[in-house]
Write a new protein. Structure first.
Length: 186
């Protein structure tokens, strides 16, 4: 997908975007030196951690805009709009570490019966999206590894993230997608 140098560029851009917005209320323009690869439409998430704890995480799972634009937007959103946390203050910036995940396009997992889903999920490689008419939830690939979940626990927790029953993945009217991501961090 993208190179380590491009990933480093995105992480620095995410941090600069947050700093610029928190300190001066300015949304950065796309830098002139942006590599062409980063102008392609891709999904992206920015995760903020403070002292080893999640402090914010927001993103676009679908490739709806150029990656560089998506990173600028979701970096600011992760800092000030994650409903689970109060907005990050400028004083916190030194304690915050920034992580950028670049996502492949989500693919619908095709199964004959829902009990086949666990064998279609590769822990540590696949992220999941669970979708129904009542909600949608997403968990990045690294979450299952961090929490040491098996495939069924990963599916159940993605259902919970969507605000659905833990075992909703066994229902026939649920759509489950998988995607992969490259992770870059400070």
């Amino acid at each position: 997908m993208i190179t380590d140098e491009e990933g480093e560029f995105l992480v620095k851009l995410a941090r600069s975007s947050i700093e610029s917005y928190l300190k001066d209320k300015v949304i950065l323009e796309v830098p002139e030196n942006t590599p062409n690869t980063l102008k392609e439409e891709m999904g992206a998430f920015v995760t903020l951690n403070s002292k080893g704890q999640l402090r914010g995480c927001i993103g676009y799972p679908e490739p709806i805009k150029p990656l560089v634009n998506a990173v600028i937007e979701v970096a600011i959103s992760a800092a000030i709009q994650d409903p689970r946390f109060p907005p990050v203050s400028p004083e916190e910036l030194d304690d915050i570490s920034v992580e950028v995940s670049v996502l492949t396009k989500p693919e619908l997992i095709e199964v004959d019966k829902p009990t086949e889903y666990p064998e279609k999920v590769s822990l540590g490689q696949d992220g999941l999206i669970v979708e129904s008419c009542f909600g949608r939830g997403l968990l990045l690939p690294q979450v299952a590894v961090e929490w040491q979940w098996d495939e069924e626990e990963f599916l159940s927790n993605t259902c919970m993230k969507a605000g659905l029953n833990l075992d909703c993945w066994l229902e026939p009217d649920i759509n489950i997608y998988k995607f992969q991501s490259q992770i870059f961090e400070e």
